[in-house]
Design a protein around this ligand. Structure first.
Ligand code: SF4
Length: 94
C-alpha cells in the first residue's frame, strides 16, 4: 500500500476533526477511476451505495451521509479494496 493510500485509509477511519465534530456534514464519493466493482460498499452499506448496470458502486443521492449512517460509510471505506471511496466534510451545518 502506498503512503497516499495508507493515509486515505487512516483518514477514513478517524473521527472528523474536533472543530468539525457535531457541526459538519459527511459526504461520500466514489472515484470511478479506482472502482473495480467488487461490490463491498453496497453489500455493507446498501443505504448509502448501490450498483450500476455493470456492478460498479455508486453513491445514492448527493452523497451526504446522515449522522446515524456515518459508521456505515466508514465501514464501506475501510472495506473497499481499491480505496475508491472518499469522505469529505464540505459544509458546516448551522
Ligand atoms: S467496494 Fe470499492 S471497488 Fe467495490 S464497488 Fe464499492 S467503491 Fe467500487
Amino acid at each position: 500500500m502506498s503512503g497516499a493510500s495508507l493515509a486515505r485509509a487512516v483518514g477514513a477511519l478517524a473521527p472528523p476533526p474536533a472543530t468539525h465534530r457535531g457541526a459538519t456534514a459527511m459526504k461520500i464519493r466514489i472515484d470511478p477511476e479506482r472502482c473495480q466493482g467488487h461490490g463491498r460498499c453496497y453489500d455493507l452499506a446498501p443505504e448509502l451505495f448501490s450498483e450500476d448496470d455493470e456492478g460498479y458502486g455508486q453513491v445514492i443521492g448527493d452523497g451526504l451521509v446522515p449522522p446515524d449512517k456515518e459508521r456505515a460509510a466508514r465501514l464501506a471505506v475501510s472495506n473497499c479494496p481499491e480505496r475508491a471511496i472518499e469522505i469529505n466534510y464540505p459544509s458546516e451545518i448551522r
